[in-house]
Design a protein around this ligand. Structure first.
Ligand code: NYM
Length: 213
């Protein structure tokens, strides 16, 4: 068997509409994995702390306007600037819980009318492929009823309906779907079980791969 020091961390991605509960589930999952002694970090995209992230943040706040393809490529560049750190964390045994990834990039940009294949291909090819994608499923209407959207771009019911359609096209049989309208503890429990299985498989030597597998 592989020694503990050889085992890599798992790349776990959570996706879903705005207000689906991803962010709270990521933090619950983080503390539960930490408590059980795992090396784990919680990441999110966009990472608003980098130079590119600041441009994205200003775009989302409607403080700047960018061509649809230009902002798509910035979201992608924001993942590329974290790729090597991501790989070294995973290889050194740290599991990463990531709030949004390339799938958000494709779902949100294609909801604006950009071609889905254009969104997927060049910009995202070669980024690390997640070991697990969990989709927290909620209807756009139910998401909208939850304490209201913030004022950011995209946080509008009509747009979220198109994003939901894009996610439907994008997801495949490898995605795990959790009903995000269940009580928060039930979502947490289901998520933890799915993630633990994935963490074990990765620790036992499943190789890292790249998008799109
Ligand atoms: N978003 C996020 C994109 O449009 N493309 C991407 O590649 C990513 C990662 O940014 N409404 C959108 C989805 C969200 C917005 O994300 C900000 P968050 O999780 O609310 O900080």
């Amino acid at each position: 068997g592989s020694k503990k020091s050889d085992s890599r961390g798992a790349l776990i991605v959570l996706e879903g509409l705005d207000r689906c509960g991803k962010t709270s589930q990521c933090s619950r999952l983080l503390s539960s994995l930490e408590k059980s002694g795992h090396a784990v970090e919680s990441w999110r995209f966009p990472d608003r702390n980098t130079g590119v992230g600041k441009m994205i943040s200003s775009y989302l706040a409607n403080d700047s306007h960018l061509d649809d393809r230009a902002i798509h490529l910035l979201f992608s560049a924001n993942r590329w600037e974290k790729r090597s750190l991501m790989e070294s964390k995973l290889r050194s045994g740290t599991t990463l819980i990531v709030d949004r990834y390339s799938f958000s990039g494709v779902a949100f940009s294609s909801a604006k009318g950009l071609d889905m294949e254009w969104c997927k291909v060049a910009p995202e090819i070669g980024l690390l492929a997640p070991d697990l994608v969990v989709y927290l499923e909620i209807s756009p209407e139910q998401a909208a009823e939850r304490g209201g959207y913030g004022g950011e771009r995209y946080e509008k019911l009509e747009f979220q309906k198109r994003v939901a359609e894009s996610y439907k096209t994008l997801r495949d049989a490898t995605w795990k779907i959790i009903d995000a309208t269940l009580p928060i503890e039930d979502v947490e429990k289901q998520l933890r079980e799915i993630v633990m299985e994935c963490v074990l498989t990765c620790g036992e030597g499943k190789p890292l791969s790249e998008l799109w597998p």
